[in-house]
Write a protein that binds this ligand. Structure first.
Ligand SMILES: [Cu+2]
Length: 397
């Protein structure tokens, strides 16, 4: 099918080339030169040019009017309001300049089109004019950039509120895993060296540390045994030797971690969520720590006007305060189906579109009840809390 389309396209191009050639030959026969443009042709082109300006402006304003309701709803976070004002300021600026410049550009081209007997005015240089058209755009750019930087510095300021919640967003091809810091409000240390089927974030605890070493030693022992028994084919032997070398390197990396690091205790109450939905309380600061396992992703929550790259090998940050609960937003948008989303905004591979999680913004009490029902990292899932139990826990926190 694809080949067929390519052949049709190629034949089309060839047909156009032939038609142009025929046109040129016909002209040659009639003795006309290409430079001989008649005045009426020139005027027609100039007027069509003006008509294209009208078409451009009409479609520009029509699009704005037609799609104004397809924009995001109002910002659902404290800093989002600032971002929206900044974006509106830039948009108005750019749109006004776009309209004025296009009108000037195209009207002048129409006005000074070629006309019989009209001669171009020779005007080679004017310092004052050049100064004006350099300084005005430079000042304009400076205003836009400085205003943007002020807003950026404001929203990325590192200082955390005393009651902020720390949540890790961990991206990989192709999903997000979310980790809550738990009651101690500190995320336990983690490293890719400790990632396994049951430990997708590579969180380190003394038990996991021991387990990783044991698994490496056991696999190495089995491989060495099969090598010694001399039962492998030559290629299988090469593969086994390569695997042993890899395991040795992995062991060196695991041993480079301090076995008795006191920080490992912070992992105990961490909560790892990979169920496609996570909760945050309204009007409370959430401090996101963002990581990636493989390639660059981008943690994107459009309704909160929040986006930050997830870069392998480093942790990035973004803190924000959600101001509108999911339930309130459903009412405001008149959309019963409305949900806040965590998306990936870097095209990171074939299933990039699938990197999606639902974010529920709820009242503090509902958040506490939800959180208590989630399994802690090194404990089995809690029994579903009864209402009384939930109440008690809420008051204790
Ligand atoms: Cu991604």
């Amino acid at each position: 099918m694809k080949l067929l389309i390519v052949i049709v396209l190629l034949l089309g191009v060839a047909a156009i080339a032939q038609a142009v050639r025929v046109h040129e030959l016909a002209k040659k026969l009639s003795g006309k030169k290409e430079e001989d443009i008649i005045v009426s042709d020139n005027n027609l082109n100039a007027n069509l040019w003006l008509a294209s300006l009208a078409a451009l402006l009409i479609s520009f304003f029509y699009m704005i009017f037609r799609y104004k309701d397809a924009m995001l709803p109002e910002a659902a976070s404290e800093h989002g309001v600032e971002i929206d004002i900044l974006m509106d300021f830039n948009m108005w600026f750019v749109c006004i300049i776009f309209v004025v410049m296009n009108i000037l550009l195209m009207v002048f081209a129409w006005k000074y089109r070629y006309q019989l007997g009209k001669k171009a005015y020779y005007y080679p240089h004017n310092d004052k004019l050049e100064m004006i058209w350099t300084v005005i755009p430079a000042l304009t750019m400076a205003v836009i950039i400085i205003y943007g930087l002020i807003v950026w510095n404001d929203i990325t300021d590192k200082e955390l509120a005393a009651d902020s919640i720390t949540i890790e967003l961990y991206g990989k091809q192709f999903d997000w895993t979310v980790r809550y810091a738990g009651e101690d409000r500190v995320l336990g240390p983690s490293s890719f060296n400790f990632i396994s089927g049951t430990n997708p974030l590579g969180i380190i605890t003394p038990a996991i540390y021991e387990g990783a070493l044991l698994a490496i030693d056991e696999e190495m022992a089995t491989l060495k045994k099969s090598l010694n028994e001399d039962i492998l084919s030559a290629s299988a032997q090469d593969k086994t030797e390569a695997r042993i070398k890899r395991l040795q390197r992995q062991k060196v990396r695991v041993l480079s971690f301090d076995k008795n690091n006191e920080e490992y205790v912070f992992a105990k109450d961490d909560i790892v969520m990979d169920k496609g939905v996570f909760y945050i309380p309204v009007n409370r600061e959430v401090n996101f720590k963002i990581n990636s396992r493989d390639v660059i992703h981008s943690a994107f929550m459009p309704h909160f006007r929040m986006q930050m790259n997830a870069v392998p090998g480093m942790t990035t940050f973004f803190k924000m305060v959600p101001t509108i609960t999911t339930a309130e937003m459903k009412l405001k948008t008149g959309n019963e189906e409305f949900e806040y989303l965590l998306l990936c905004n870097k095209i990171c591979g074939a299933a990039h579109y699938n990197m999606k999680m639902t974010v529920k913004v709820v009242e503090q009490a509902e958040y506490d009840a939800w959180l208590i029902a989630q399994a802690k990292f090194d404990q089995p899932a809690a029994e579903p809390a009864t209402m009384e139990e939930t109440e008690v826990v809420t008051h204790n926190q």
